[in-house]
Design a protein around this ligand. Structure first.
Ligand code: PLP
Length: 369
């Protein structure tokens, strides 16, 4: 049996007519840049997140970059990030000639270890950027408390966790700025690149809107240097349709997670942990396979027709391009261990019980060796 990591065609089949009608509407107006379609999606996203403003951006990466720019991050500044995440979290910091200061993760959730945060803060710290990895919110309450005490803004990298909650608050309400990604494989995925910054702060919202159009409030009058970070109307039209289905899709993922957890119990792998005060959106279902067995299991699954993926094989402090920051092996042992043990299994709302049973059977067989 072939089981893909993700099957976007299965989802598209259920919403094809709605999506095509929404895209046709944009085509008929021939208004592709910002405008009413983007505004409608921004309003719907802000309402969904329970926040005041949502500003559409060209990608999750550009959302992070714009948020860092608006926070005033520049050469010589420091931004605190975890080392076990997608590259963009630290890449955007480095693009602004600031230094990513890494804080190790917790082994159970893969999110920033709050107990190690405060000692990483220096006079140069301009922002704290926790990541809601794999769809589970970071410890935002505790992080917010430390940030407030030190008067540092929090920029939440929630590229993977729209719809997640932490102590009853939804992603988008817990940081000065929350950045989302609509990369096609995300829980809310566009038909290309897209992203968003969510904020409750009127001043930040205004700056973000200006940043995405080269720092201009009025056309051709530039107050500062921004970029072209706009969300396309066609993407907004697609996303607006999909947003209406998002809650149902997250619940379908969660049902699949419950089934995987049952099927894999006692198999020798560690299944994902959802903290009791969180709602995990399970963008990824990431297990741990200890004792050097991860790579053979990955290969064995491939041979059996099951796609799986290693998010992430190399920690950010060990990336070639960050050599200049002079981090080394052993600096963040929890992250480094995770990189050798994690494996993300097929996970999407339409994944069938039969497929899950097959995946679990193969894992049981392969883990034994
Ligand atoms: C944690 C994290 N941060 C940032 C990004 C960047 O988002 P995008 O691919 O939309 O630029 C992603 C997604 O790829 C991500 O997973």
């Amino acid at each position: 049996m072939n089981v893909p990591l993700l099957d976007l065609t299965a989802q598209y089949a259920t919403i094809r007519d709605e999506i095509q009608a929404a895209m046709r509407e944009v085509c008929d107006t021939q208004r592709f840049i910002l405008g009413a379609t983007v505004e409608r999606f921004e309003k719907a996203s802000a309402a969904y997140c329970g926040a005041k403003h949502a500003i559409g951006m060209s990608s999750g990466t550009d959302a992070l970059l714009a948020a860092l720019m608006v926070a005033g991050v520049g050469p010589g500044d420091e931004v605190i990030v975890p080392p076990f995440t997608f590259f963009a979290t630290a890449g955007t910091v480095a693009r602004l000639e600031a230094r990513p200061v890494f804080v190790d993760i917790e082994p159970a959730t893969f999110n920033m270890d709050v107990s190690k945060l405060e000692r990483a803060i220096t006079k140069k710290t301009r922002a704290i950027m926790p990541v809601d990895l794999f769809g589970q919110p970071a410890e935002m309450d505790a992080i917010g408390e430390i940030a407030r005490r030190n008067k540092i803004p929090v920029i939440e990298d929630s590229a993977q966790a729209i719809g997640g909650t932490h102590r009853g608050k939804r992603v988008g309400q817990m940081a000065e700025m929350t950045c989302l990604s609509f990369f096609p494989t995300k829980n809310l995925g566009a038909f290309g690149d897209g992203g968003m910054v969510v904020t409750n702060d009127d001043t930040l919202a205004k700056s973000l809107r200006m940043t995405r159009v080269h720092g201009a409030e009025t056309e051709y009058h530039h107050s500062f240097v921004g970029g072209n970070f706009r969300l396309d109307a066609l993407q907004a039209a697609v996303l607006d349709v999909k947003l209406q289905h998002l809650e149902k899709w997250i619940e379908m993922r969660r049902q699949n997670v419950a089934r995987y957890n049952e099927l894999l119990a006692g198999s020798g792998v560690t299944t994902p942990v959802e903290l009791p005060h969180n709602r995990h959106t399970y963008h990824q279902y990431t297990i741990r396979i200890p004792n050097g067995r991860r790579d053979p299991v990955f290969e064995g699954l491939k041979a059996a027709g099951v796609s799986s993926k290693i998010y992430y094989p190399i920690c950010l402090h060990q990336q070639e391009c960050f050599k200049k920051f002079e981090y080394g092996r052993g600096d963040f042992p929890v992250s480094e261990k995770a990189a050798t043990e994690v494996l993300s299994l097929p996970m999407y709302p339409e994944l069938t019980e039969e497929m899950q049973r097959y995946v679990a059977e193969q894992i049981r067989r392969l883990v034994k060796g």
